[in-house]
Design a protein around this ligand. Structure first.
Ligand SMILES: *[C@@H]1O[C@H](CO)[C@@H](O)[C@H](O)[C@H]1NC(C)=O
Ligand SMILES: *[C@@H]1O[C@H](CO)[C@@H](O)[C@H](O)[C@H]1NC(C)=O
Length: 375
């Protein structure tokens, strides 16, 4: 497998002998991002592993224009939040999934997506889905990409390049889901307290953020966990009346988000202006959308557009997306695409908030400011 990859980037160098020169001037690679996380931002990695967590069949991707509506492994009908933010900042293409054949050598300069559905901060998260790439392994994979970059442009240019790139980390939802999963035989009995679980999440995440920093990352977006207590899956298994969220889940999440925000503040102070960690408050934006859904132009903030209202919530696997009986009529009117994930319409509002929002949404600066930030 190595040989084709190497020849591929040699070919690239042959096509573009001024590669390194181009790079230092950045005329064609204006925006670069490296994406880490779970199914909220997976752009197809799970298509390449053996897992129960896949979005490789219609109607997933039905509104994703670059694929002509074919599934890409994204767990939504269209673009993810990081796709939308990248486009808004001028990215010409979406960072390809790390696990796709050909990704390694030819795309390091476009950024890479390492995210994996069902994965979590903690290694054991998502075990019921069998295959997934936990955050620690995602960072290992980035380390591999970094070797490729150094081979192409040397250590110093790699450092310069990474300093300007945005590293986003969107993870933690599956850790929370697993914590509340009643039927896992191995962890069911001696569950740690919610407070200790939050601390495990924050400290394990911090270890991976510091590793990325050591590898040269300087501009970070760390996305907090959204209101998982309100997703159709949790509402249904707890038999909650329409419009209600499961409070215990959301309380654990809010405690985690507060602790995470505090640790990021602390890291920002320790490291000074050479690095910046932005905390993205997806919890508040998403809660606002669910509560005021009419104001945002939605007709339904309760059930999923695809997959029906009851377990097991299979977003219908049909060869012909338009004939899928389990699909809602107007996807732009639903907050939830399936029982777990927002629609592209909801992702657009969240992305807009993170990009240009005030300090209550994105602190200490928003993502547009982060993009323009120069240490
Ligand atoms: C890389 O940077 C270091 C320190 O800034 C410098 O000493 C070294 O000469 C540089 N190497 C190259 C190949 O430019
Ligand atoms: C990371 O999480 C595990 C539980 O999965 C925990 O045992 C461990 O102590 C945590 N590590 C740190 C540094 O907190």
């Amino acid at each position: 497998m190595e040989a084709p990859k190497i020849s591929h980037f040699l070919l690239l160098c042959a096509i573009c002998p001024n590669f390194v020169v181009l790079l230092s001037a950045f005329p064609c690679f204006a925006f670069t991002s490296f994406v880490f996380g779970d199914s909220l931002v997976d752009a197809g990695n799970n298509d390449y592993i053996f897992t129960l967590s896949k979005a490789d069949s219609p109607p997933y991707g039905i509104d994703f224009k670059p694929s002509g509506g074919q599934p890409t492994g994204r767990f939504t009908n269209g673009r993810t939040i990081s796709d939308i933010i990248g486009q808004a900042l001028g990215a010409k293409s979406f960072p390809p999934p790390y696990l796709a054949p050909n990704t390694r050598a030819n795309s390091v300069l476009k950024g890479i997506n390492y995210a994996s559905g069902a994965s979590g901060i903690l290694d054991e998260t998502g075990v019921l889905f069998i295959g997934r790439v936990p955050l620690r392994e995602q960072v290992n994979n980035f380390e591999e990409s970094r070797y490729d970059m150094v081979k192409i442009m040397g250590e110093n240019k790699t450092k310069e390049f990474l300093k300007k790139a945005i590293f986003s980390v969107t993870i933690g939802s599956n850790d929370v889901l697993n914590y509340f999963q009643p039927t896992i035989p191995f962890f069911g009995d001696d569950k740690v307290s919610p407070s200790m679980f939050q601390d495990f999440m924050v400290s394990n995440l911090t270890i991976q953020l510091k590793r990325l920093h050591e590898l040269g990352a300087r501009k970070f977006v760390v996305v907090g966990v959204g209101p998982i207590g309100c997703i159709p899956f949790i509402r249904a298994i707890h038999l909650l009346p329409s419009g209600q969220c499961f409070a215990e889940v959301n309380e654990l999440i809010q405690g985690y988000n507060t602790k995470l925000n505090g640790v990021l503040d602390q890291i920002n102070q320790e490291l000074g202006p050479e690095a910046i960690f932005v905390y993205a408050n997806s919890f508040d934006i998403f809660t606002k959308i669910i509560v005021n859904y009419h104001q945002y132009g939605f007709a339904n903030a309760n059930g999923p557009c695809c997959g029906g209202y009851f377990p097991p919530f299979v977003c219908f696997k049909s060869r012909d997306a338009s004939r899928s009986s389990a699909l809602c009529d107007d996807r732009s009117k639903y907050v939830f695409w399936d029982a777990y994930h927002p629609t592209e319409a909801a992702n657009m509002i969240i992305a807009e908030g993170l990009l240009d929002g005030d300090k209550s949404i994105s602190s200490p600066i928003n993502i547009r400011e982060l993009y323009n930030y120069n240490s």
